[in-house]
Design a protein around this ligand. Sequence first.
Ligand SMILES: Cc1cc2nc3c(=O)[nH]c(=O)nc-3n(C[C@H](O)[C@H](O)[C@H](O)COP(=O)(O)OP(=O)(O)OC[C@H]3O[C@@H](n4cnc5c(N)ncnc54)[C@H](O)[C@@H]3O)c2cc1C
Length: 391
Amino acid sequence: MTDLATFRAETRAWLEANCPASMRSPMLEDDTPWGGRNFNPANRDIKVWLERMASRGWTVPTWPQEYGGAGLSKDEAKALNEELQRIHARPPLISFGIWMFGPVLMEYGTEAQKREYLPKIARGEIRWCQGYSEPGAGSDLAGLQTRCEDKGDHFLINGQKVWTSYADKADWIFCLVRTDAGKKQGGISFIVFDMQSPGVEARPIKLISGSSPFCETFFTDVKVPKQQLIGQLNGGWEIAKRLLQYERKNISAGGFGGGATVEELAQKYIGLRDGALADADFRTRLTLHKMEAHAFDLTVKRSAEDARSGKDVGPTASILKYAVAKMNQERRELAVEAMGMAGLGWEGQGFDDAALLETRAWLRSKGNSIEGGTSEINLNVISKRVLGLPD
Ligand SMILES: Cc1cc2nc3c(=O)[nH]c(=O)nc-3n(C[C@H](O)[C@H](O)[C@H](O)COP(=O)(O)OP(=O)(O)OC[C@H]3O[C@@H](n4cnc5c(N)ncnc54)[C@H](O)[C@@H]3O)c2cc1C
């Protein structure tokens, strides 16, 4: 047997013995394994599955072992992924640390910072949030004003962030701050700190979908140790942009999926005639959507292969992010349309839970073309950085 075949056989046996049965079923939103200091899921198997996978370094299989990973080669990581998919295993950990902060820390952090944070990210011990947007700085991110002053033995942070996803639940934040008011991009630094530091306050904001996934976040005289600055003072803009590439790539790879397929909903609510969906116009639009979604899936797979073979994420992540947002919004529109009156419920009798989830997912999808950079901004990145068009 080749080394890879042996690895696959051992992986399969280990997963068979260690993946709890309840972790081999589709994940419900409430079951999302975010990790963190207060991670206490109702289903204990979620925690067991995380601990077992983390003990092998398999929450971040390609990260080096000294940082909590398993140091797997690209082929081994692919085999592990295939074996996980084969048994329909849930992800053991969903983490902004893995998606966004970890990869940039690997590139820009000091050795001490990597050893401090990466193993904790890999084990799911810290839940992170992202402090980028401010009331006056969203698309024009470099206009951010949160002030960070050098006080000799520490930094002092004052200001406000907004749309900070899960700030009320996160343990730590990776944050962009202004360290030089005289320069725009050149006056920004990248810093991390504990959300329990005195002076940090997170106030949840409600979305039209009814949930409160994000917050207004206020900083009043927050003291931050100097060793928590990542990269150079005033060198944060480069790290910020790099992190956005990882964010956009990961949003695209993960998609915004979940719930029933549009075909299932259409069959249930529109019904079949002669074995095909009874509404010919809807059928045509659904088919076009499915063809586009299939082509997109293949593109994401190709891009994942590129990443495994060491190709940089780069600005092409904007293409994927733009497309995945459009695709999910189309899908959610089709789902609600297929459901007819049943898709218009908010709560109460007359609407089943599954239908209400679809309606709320449709409302939630409105944010897909905003989060992680708006579609217009991604189109700007594509035209300038990918196609090389002039300003
Ligand atoms: C679900 C969700 C989760 C989020 N999570 C986080 C988070 O965790 N952390 C965080 O920091 N932020 C987060 N955000 C914020 C998000 O990054 C910003 O909302 C986004 O960058 C847009 O900024 P803005 O809301 O200020 O809109 P604006 O920048 O004011 O944009 C308004 C409109 O103008 C358009 N526009 C602006 N500039 C241009 C231009 N130059 N060319 C063409 N069109 C332009 C935009 O595309 C948009 O349509 C989240 C947002 C959402 C919806």
